[in-house]
Design a protein around this ligand. Sequence first.
Ligand code: ADP
Ligand code: MG
Ligand code: MG
Length: 908
Amino acid sequence: MSQKRVYTFGNGQAEGNATMREVLGGKGANLAEMNHIGVPVPPGFTITTDTCNEYYEVGQEKIVELLTAEVDAAVAHTEKLMNCKFGDPKNPLLVSVRSGARASMPGMMDTILNLGLNDEVAAGMVEKTGNPHFVYDSYRRFVQMYGDVVMGLKPENKEDIDPFEAIIEKVKEEQGVVLDKDLSVESLKKLVELFKKAIKDQTGQDFPTDPKDQLWGAICAVFRSWMNDRAILYRKMEGIPDEWGTAVSVMAMVFGNMGDTSATGVCFSRDAGNGENLFNGEYLINAQGEDVVAGIRTPQQITKIGSQRWAERAGISEEERVAKYPSMEEAMPELYKELDALQDKLEKHYHDMQDMEFTVQEGKLWFLQTRNGKRTGTAMVKIAMDLLHEGMIDEKTALLRCEPNKLDELLHPVFDKAALKAAKVITQGLPASPGAACGQIVFHADDAEAWHANGHKVIMVRIETSPEDLAGMSAAEGILTARGGMTSHAAVVARGMGKCCVSGAGEIHVDYKTKTVEIGGVVYKEGDYISLNGTTGQVYAGQIATKEAEVSGDFKELMDLCDKYTKMEIRTNADTPHDAQVARNFGAKGIGLTRTEHMFFEGEKIKAMREMILADSVEGREKALAKLLPFQTEDFYGILKAMDGCHVNIRLLDPPLHEFVPADDNVQGQKDMAAEMGVTVEEIQRRVHSLHENNPMLGHRGCRLGITFPEITAMQTRAILTAACRLKKEGCDPHPEIMVPLIGIMYELKQQKEIIQRVAKEVFAEQGVEIEFEIGTMIEIPRAALTADRIATEAEYFSFGTNDLTQMTFGYSRDDVASFLPDYLEKKILKADPFQVLDQKGVGQLIKMAVEKGRAVRPGMRTGICGEHGGEPSSVKFCAKVGMNYASCSPFRVPIARLAAAQAAVEG
Ligand code: ADP
Ligand code: MG
Ligand code: MG
């Protein structure tokens, strides 16, 4: 079968287009599209993502065979458009070989520039351009990249600097210069030789001289980079499937390093940090693409306003700025105008904020990439709302543009203003990714992971970050780097993760060997606390107090838009009035789950609770329960009041009783308890022992407690309804729902319901008022789902307890799953942890069936979810699709669930 593997582009034409990102990767599809809309792009071709998958099936030799004819033809196409020839010393074509997956994975895979150079080609290029510095600068860059990416010459230890950088440092020292760009032609030639020698010494292989060999080596290396550790980790974090593969784009080089009329840069059509509608970016004169992001030279700003803001932060005077660090707008005004017009064109074409790469070769502007830019949660919301106001997108699109989980950042605490004023600024860097972070200093990615795993909050401090640092960055609260601009790796990745980042803090001196950083004359060690303000770029010594975020401005507008479209309400899981209030502020419309057991642990309550458990007669228990009653009534009063006017679903006692008494090995606890209660230690131990169960999660818990000890159900009902009656008398509007947990058999519910109704009558008579309330159940045992039609004859509503339902459907103990889950994920038996992401195929089927069966008996019956899944976007969407009335989640996930629910409605 002849299958098309290669798609060409150039000169305003292309075989692909923007809709083909699955085939051509995002980069390849957009390179094609830019040709169609008149944006200047160097010609080239893209090899499909499927070919990458084929590579993994058939291997290098076979894939080269399969590709040869098409690649040869595509190279010829590029040669024709560029009017030069690959490998021809007199008139050579050089190319870049670039990775690019369906979803953008910035910097995770490899790219090689200046490919096609060897000694002869270099000599020929010198002749042609008369610019030996440019030629040997390109050559040494090529050998360096190829040696690293294709031939695998890398640092051996994490403390070591890159072997190529080590050689550069040595040669610079010999020549007596500081900056790479000041290296002489002789030094550059020497670098090429030293690099090749180092590669040979360490890998045993000669550097390939035939450009064709170089090309195949690079193409296959890019395929391989799909499976490098950092790409795998990035995919795991972003939920990108391994099967997608990367495309490979090969394109003619354009050179930003040909002298002072050449430059390279990265720019954004809006601010990726705060969303401001302001074109911005960074560029470097006489440099190549990687230089801007690698953080080796500090880049200059593209726009004048950006440059002025930058100078102000850095404490640089206007005269000095203009003389030493002019913006592109000032230094290359004509080109700037062209760039500005094209960025605007691209944003209008894609209807979204663009992240673009460009190069100027001797006064001519070329675009090398455009993509929908990564952004922080704050920027995501502002940009969506701004685009909506500007009429570029409609309301539904605006909702779909926002990623629910990214709202998390907007809910994080911010520095307390007063505490911030009192804190000491120790240095200033660039505000690379906003937010407040404080933690202990660590210097290496693996340390960040290890410290984090041990429960520490850490700030990762680096000279600069590289894609290898991904896992560490993810584990850190924030990132501080000495080098690198607003488009450096650290900045881009941090913004994508929503991590606070301060980059380019030039005054800090990091020493990896001693694990110290010197800032303003003070030495900070690993483990010392610092705080970062990613919104201003300021760095503080020690820890600074934070306060809770609030929903306002664009965020509020987005949330209002959610309410306009959603078909499902979001409630919260809350056990205290404070949590209920927090959730209400985030837009919760009620409580989906109040766990009463948490209320028994404080002070006097636990004593009364233990007394109840210890009692061996109904009278004894009732006496103890009578002590608990006022506490419970107070608790419910507080919660019902905080949620006045809204439904509050209260679950009766659920956990096994042994959780309330001192365990077998806690002899001191048992002694204290004995003294407290005036009985012998033996008595306590006997009772503790009798509560022991082999499998408590499947034991005496949930409604089984209420069946054995009806007086517990009675006391809790009395507390709930007494509190509600009191509130009603005070002019409030309480709506309690009483939920019986862990039902598997209809009669369990029927009997519990009788108790609840009997007590309700008594309370209403005593209080002289009646309130409306409902009695429902949790569906969390598979049998309950299977017999939902029978259970619905008694239950007035269903609440899906998906934690237990998942546990019992899979037969996985939630507390023990960690021992094998990683293997299941690794071996792809499971796609995700079913306790985090609802298993729609299995558990979901039970839910869907129960909703339908329940409503068949009780039309329009209210259903909701209250497990952990109620705050996870894909699970929330599933609940919306099966027609649930509400999802309930922890207070800080309420906005996330609201957005997911609205998206489900829009997606239909
Ligand atoms: P990444 O995905 O890591 O950004 P890219 O493939 O975009 O990798 O390339 C890295 C850098 O090299 C970018 O700055 C890009 O603009 C530059 N670059 C890639 N191809 C060319 C080319 N043909 N000419 C000039 N610069 C290029
Ligand atoms: Mg790029
Ligand atoms: Mg449960």
